[in-house]
Design a protein around this ligand. Structure first.
Ligand SMILES: *Cc1c(COP(=O)(O)O)cnc(C)c1O
Length: 325
């Protein structure tokens, strides 16, 4: 076990806490990908999760664990979109005030989605870090509780419930391919899977444009990266200067980290629409991109790719798919 961590018990507790808020998502075979790589590949479809991404799991676990006093004051968060949407959704369901801060890089359709959920939106700054400063300021002045997008044990445990669902259906899993940004998704799923099988392979996938975790792993410490526009906008952003959990947990469990290009991400989005009839956003498609490009070669018999989200603007998706045709 890593020195800082989340236990299997934390993840089982999370499953119970979020059971009435997040849904169990399908695990489906991909015959085309299986044929392509020569072993069984299944897809865990968090793109079909409520709010369109897995982020509702961590947000729900964090928010259901607030004290009565904290619930009365409300919550605040910083988000590239999906986390903000998840926090807004959970807060609305539980009748809690929510403030969502985000940078100007976030696509308008994601801002609109959050506004529709009744949250207050504060757009400021050209980067995640600037939006974070704004949020810290508001949090202090208004007594709100910060809901971290990834670097929080309750959030990590919430994301880890994906691992429990996979184990229920496929206890023989021997490799997971997981989109990687701040590392909450990776750390949570990794903790769940490794407690069942210590030798399960864990592969993280980020985009070439601004891969904060992969750069930090290479440097051996958390480093700042330059944010760039990317099809995988859900994976953009840094690890936070005071990262306390996810960097160490990912560092201690990751077997392989790969980076995919914009073109490979676009190909994967088109593949998911064409072969599975599924709308998948860029950040959700990086695992498929890693397989199609041959950058990841599955080692075992039973691989699972996490399809982490489906929130993409229709016009953008059509542009990407048209470009592939
Ligand atoms: C947030 C997000 C990720 C990355 O999750 P981390 O916990 O930050 O690593 C991947 N895909 C989608 C769609 C996301 O919204």
């Amino acid at each position: 076990m890593p020195a800082v961590g989340v236990t299997l018990r934390d993840i089982y507790r999370a499953r119970q806490s979020i059971s009435s808020i997040a849904r169990r998502t399908p695990l489906v075979p991909s015959h085309t990908l299986s044929e392509l790589v020569g072993s069984s590949v299944r897809l865990k479809l968090e793109s079909l999760q409520d709010t369109g991404s897995f982020k509702i799991r961590g947000a729900a676990n964090r928010i259901t664990n607030l004290t009565a006093e904290e619930r009365m004051r409300g919550v605040i968060t910083v988000s590239t979109g999906n986390h903000g949407r998840a926090v807004a959704h959970v807060a609305l369901q539980l009748g809690i005030r929510a403030v969502v801060c985000m940078s100007e890089l976030v696509p308008q359709h994601k801002v609109d989605g959050i506004l529709r959920l009744g949250a207050e939106v504060v757009v400021s700054g050209g980067s995640y870090d600037e939006a974070e400063e704004q949020a810290a300021d508001l949090q202090e002045r208004q007594g709100l509780t910060m809901i971290e997008p990834f670097d929080d044990p309750l959030v990590i445990a919430g994301q880890g419930t994906i691992g429990l669902e996979v184990l229920d259906e496929l206890p023989e899993i021997d490799e997971a391919i997981i989109p990687l940004s701040g590392g909450g998704l990776f750390a949570g799923i990794g903790a769940a899977l490794r407690s069942a099988n210590p030798s399960v392979r864990l592969c993280g996938v980020s985009m070439e444009r601004g891969p904060a975790m992969v750069e930090s792993l290479r440097a051996g410490r958390v480093v700042d990266i330059v944010e760039q526009p990317t099809l995988a906008d859900a994976l953009a952003g840094g690890l936070g200067r005071d990262n306390a959990y996810t960097f160490a947990m990912v560092r201690d469990t990751i077997d392989e980290a790969v980076l995919v290009s914009e073109e490979e991400i676009g190909t994967a989005m088109a593949f998911m629409l064409e072969h599975h009839g599924l709308v998948v956003e860029g950040g959700g498609a990086v695992g498929v991109a890693a397989l199609i490009s041959g950058k990841v070669r599955p080692q075992g018999q039973h691989g699972v790719v996490i399809i982490s989200g489906g929130n993409v603007d229709v016009r953008k998706l059509l542009r990407v798919v048209g470009h592939q045709a």
